[in-house]
Design a protein around this ligand. Structure first.
Ligand code: PGA
Length: 240
């Protein structure tokens, strides 16, 4: 089970360090073994001493080791901090930063060559959801065009665009149906993301085929994130 926190454009170097230290102590003192991922702002990356189950990843990178790409970060810079997990395809990068499939495939292939864990995000906008489950699946499967689903360090996050940062969580039945259909084609861990909260994370993690969650807003407070990790740890792997 993977519990991931995406800081997006939040936290400073100082508060990131405090957050990671507290989460690490919580995991260590309670001997927890849930897999934890934290994706801080790139400026707050550093060499953190963490338990084996915790990885500090990068929210973004440019598909290069180094070069002339003003404002971008390559793998030479990420490697300085031992980054071993990256996010690709997050809806904010697709929709706000206009990253298209071609660039996402380039990023994916580059990260794959580096051998890092890839958390690849997919999800439909509201107008597609309104057309029903077949339209949703066609849209999501299209987002896998050119993506190597056999990559051994691939993790998928299903995040409906309309549920991200809006407080609107997809219903448990909707999540269950999408994950069930994804599992037919993809034998990789499947996470759900989109307004996951301290109060609903238990129900979501109990959904069949749900192998974890990717959380924004509700994970930015240390205490909340600890509660979420604690809930995840307690959930039995015997699912619905
Ligand atoms: P949210 O963000 O939890 O604030 O909805 C989720 C995400 O963007 O991964």
């Amino acid at each position: 089970m993977i519990i991931a926190s995406n800081f997006k454009t939040n936290h400073t170097r100082k508060s990131t360090r405090e957050f990671i230290t507290q989460i690490n102590n919580f995991v260590k003192n309670n001997s927890l073994d849930v897999q934890v991922r934290i994706y801080p702002a790139l400026t707050a990356l550093d060499s953190f001493e963490c338990e084996k189950s915790i990885k500090i990843g990068a929210q973004n990178f440019y598909p290069t080791c180094k070069g002339s790409f003003t404002g971008e970060i390559g793998f030479e810079q990420l490697e300085e901090f031992g980054v071993d997990s990256v996010l690709i395809g997050h809806s904010e990068r697709r929709h706000i930063l206009k990253e298209n499939n071609e660039l996402l495939v380039k990023k994916f292939n580059f990260a794959k060559e580096q051998g890092v864990e890839i958390l690849y995000c997919v999800g439909e906008p509201k107008e597609v959801r309104e057309k029903g489950i077949d339209a949703v699946m066609a849209y999501i499967l299209g987002q896998f065009d050119g993506i190597d689903l056999d990559y051994k360090r691939l993790v998928i996050a299903y995040e409906p665009v309309w549920a991200i940062g809006t407080g609107l969580t997809a219903s448990n039945n909707d999540i269950k149906e999408v994950l069930k259909r994804l599992k037919v084609n993809i034998q990789k861990p499947l996470l759900y993301g989109g307004s996951v909260q301290v109060d609903n994370v238990g129900d979501i993690l109990n959904i069949k085929n749900c192998d974890g969650v990717l959380i924004g807003t509700a994970s930015w407070e240390k205490e909340n994130f600890c509660k979420i990790i604690d809930t995840a740890q307690k959930i039995r792997r015997v699912k619905l």
